[in-house]
Design a protein around this ligand. Structure first.
Ligand code: HEC
Length: 283
């Protein structure tokens, strides 16, 4: 093409035909890694529970990278269509719709592939049917599954988190002054420190007897962020440096990052300042 002597082809040129193999392959791989990521990262969908949060990380990164690669290829392919159309003064896109191409008299006629076309249509149709009926039926009765969609804002399958362990004693003791902060939001070492220093709990004394302290602490460590039993737990745990033991959920790097767009006035304190303070503590 650079030499200005690019052949005009009735079908795709060699580079264009490569895209015809690569794009559907990428679409398939992006789709599969997407279902796996949804299953691992959100514990939802067909592959729910197949992978843990840490196992799915690499798959998620490839899913994102491949999706970007696919967009780049689509861009290149479309650029190719425009360049070829201009170069050979013909509307390539129109012939895709009409099926009509002007060719030299000695160009061999293209062989029709009606069978292949029908087969592809059939596969696509069957896949669509399988998705809407088979999966839909499989989800029937599961929590959050919406039977009929009347409101367009409602997702067909709602994201419902898994049922997490609960404990009445913990709820009683830790929910009397403030909301009970679920134990998956801090690592076990934080709960241990909070209970060890319970006589100076943010300016108050929890005053729990030894037996209660042990029972409450046992529940909290068994379901701490280290267990990675929710996405937030995993991300909070990963964000805390190994040598740090935060006493506040609101001081963990992930929490701060997640809430940084909420203006300081909403909280009554400056998250930016908090972040600075945290950095100082971690050094
Ligand atoms: C006597 C009242 C009281 C009880 C009971 C109590 N807390 Fe607190 N807790 C406080 C106060 C006060 C704060 C500080 C609130 C603030 O400044 O944001 C606090 C803050 C916290 C925070 C930090 C919240 C954050 O991320 O900023 C955690 C975690 C916490 N409490 C855990 C517990 C646990 C676990 C128990 C049960 C063992 C418990 N609390 C029981 C009074 C109490």
């Amino acid at each position: 093409m650079a030499s200005g002597r690019a052949l005009r082809r009735v079908g795709h040129n060699p580079t264009g035909s490569l895209a015809i193999y690569i794009l559907p392959t990428l679409a398939t791989v992006v789709g599969i890694t997407g279902v796996l990521t949804l299953g691992g990262d959100e514990q939802q969908g067909l592959a729910a529970g197949w992978f843990s949060f840490s196992q799915i990380k690499l798959v998620k990164q490839s899913h994102e990278a491949l999706a970007v690669l696919m967009l780049l290829l689509v861009f290149c392919h479309l650029t190719g269509v425009v360049v070829e159309s201009v170069l050979h003064k013909e509307n390539l896109a129109r012939s895709m719709l009409t099926g009509i191409k002007l060719a030299d008299a000695d160009t061999p006629a293209a062989r029709p592939h009606a069978g292949v076309a029908l087969l592809l249509l059939l596969i696509t149709g069957l896949a669509g049917w399988w998705f809407y009926y088979a999966i839909d039926r499989q989800l029937d009765g599961q929590p959050g599954h919406v039977e009929s969609v009347t409101d367009n804002e409602e997702p067909r399958v709602k994201f419902v988190g898994r049922q997490l362990p609960d404990n009445a004693q913990w709820r009683d003791e830790c929910g009397s002054c403030h909301a009970v902060f679920y134990s998956a939001l801090l690592p076990a070492r934080s709960w241990q420190k909070i209970m060890a220093e319970q006589d100076q709990h943010f300016g108050t004394d929890l005053g729990l007897d030894a037996a209660t302290s042990t029972a409450v602490l046992a529940f909290m460590t068994a379901n701490s962020a280290d267990q990675h039993n929710t996405e937030a737990a995993f991300k909070i745990e990963q964000s805390i440096p190994r040598n740090a033991t935060p006493l506040r959920i609101t001081e963990t790097p992930y929490w701060l990052h997640k809430h940084q767009e909420i203006p300081a006035a909403e909280w009554g304190f400056d998250t930016g300042e908090k972040q600075e303070e945290l950095r100082g503590l971690l050094q």
